[in-house]
Design a protein around this ligand. Structure first.
Ligand SMILES: [Zn+2]
Length: 322
């Protein structure tokens, strides 16, 4: 009790604070997301996400090289195809944007992890994450085969890991079976197990051109009000063979992240999404807060809540700051 106990004693200097710091950010646990487009323009800035560009395949190879040089362990690829159709066939096209980018990046930077986002929404003309029925609803079971086919094509292109983000029931099991059948038993599935129907994806949808043409994704993504349901999603993904779990978004869902951390033994990741990034960028541009401090604080909070690894648009800047 005071005055014997004074907690300020260990906060007196930077060295003392460092000695007792409980959470440490490290570039080893960061993944850098990139948006690869089918076009030839090497880099086009994404207005809603300052500092992040649309990259051609050449541009993506160059950007991946910069990430590798900074010691970043891996990149997460999103693809923007030249053409979209009802089924999203560009997702599993052997000559698709992700497949070509994966081959090119692995050829140039074999030691960098290439992790692929696995969904149909960037490839479907309607922008939903699965195949549509006549009435406009998403056909869960029919979508599984297409997702599995996409996973195999990513693995054939050389992806180190696939990350299914569609939130269809049963997709982890379907993808695991397809990968194993195709001889890719060694490829892990990092599942977006707890992916919420969130307003914080707004800037990403501009970037990925994946806004649904009608309706929304609340029929398959988690309701922001639910945490027990997120535990059930994780439980099912674990049983179906997921190797790691992701909670997305991160900052508005730190309680979910903590709950997943406490309940499961698997590695847990968090996706520090575009809206979380854009908010701080915009506030910093207005001079309302210090971006570096706020970003470091945000990412430390995500780590403290239980994330083993973080997907963040700040990854490159952070690698320089740390
Ligand atoms: Zn999707």
């Amino acid at each position: 009790m005071f005055p014997t106990t004074r907690l300020r004693r260990l906060r007196r200097t930077g060295l003392l604070r460092g000695l007792v710091r409980e959470t440490e950010l490290s570039v080893d646990h960061l993944i850098y997301p990139m948006f690869v487009v089918a076009g030839s323009e090497r880099r086009t800035p994404i207005p809603t996400m300052p500092g992040i560009d649309h990259l051609s395949i050449d541009g993506a190879v160059e950007e991946a090289g910069e990430a590798a040089a900074l010691g970043i362990p891996g990149v997460l690829l999103f693809g923007l195809p030249a053409h979209k159709d009802e089924q999203g066939s560009g997702a599993w096209d052997d000559e698709g944007v992700i497949q070509l980018a994966t081959r090119a990046i692995k050829a140039a930077h074999p030691d960098l992890l290439v992790i692929t986002d696995l969904c149909l929404c960037e490839y479907t003309s309607h922008g939903h994450c699965g195949l549509l029925r006549g009435d406009g609803s998403v056909d869960n079971d029919a979508s599984l085969e297409l997702l599995a086919r996409t996973a195999v094509s990513h693995a054939e292109a050389g992806a180190d890991t696939v990350c299914p983000s569609d939130m269809m029931d049963g997709r982890v099991g379907a993808i695991r079976a397809a990968l194993d059948d195709a001889g890719f038993a060694q490829i892990p599935i990092v599942s977006y197990a707890a992916k919420y129907a969130s307003a914080f994806y707004g800037p990403f949808r501009e970037a990925a051109e994946s806004t649904p043409a009608f309706g929304d994704r609340r029929g398959y993504q988690l309701d922001p009000a639910n945490v027990r349901e997120a535990m059930r999603e994780c439980e099912l993904d674990v049983r179906e063979g997921a190797d790691a779990l992701i909670v997305k978004p991160a900052l508005p869902y730190l309680d979910v992240l903590r709950a997943v951390r406490e309940r499961f033994e698997l590695p847990v990741g968090a996706y520090n999404v575009s809206g979380e990034y854009a908010m701080l960028k915009a506030a910093a541009q207005s001079g309302w807060l210090d971006e570096r401090q706020a970003a470091l604080e945000s990412l430390t909070a995500i780590k403290r809540a239980g994330a083993d690894f973080i997907v963040s648009y700040w990854t490159k800047e952070l690698a320089e700051w740390l």
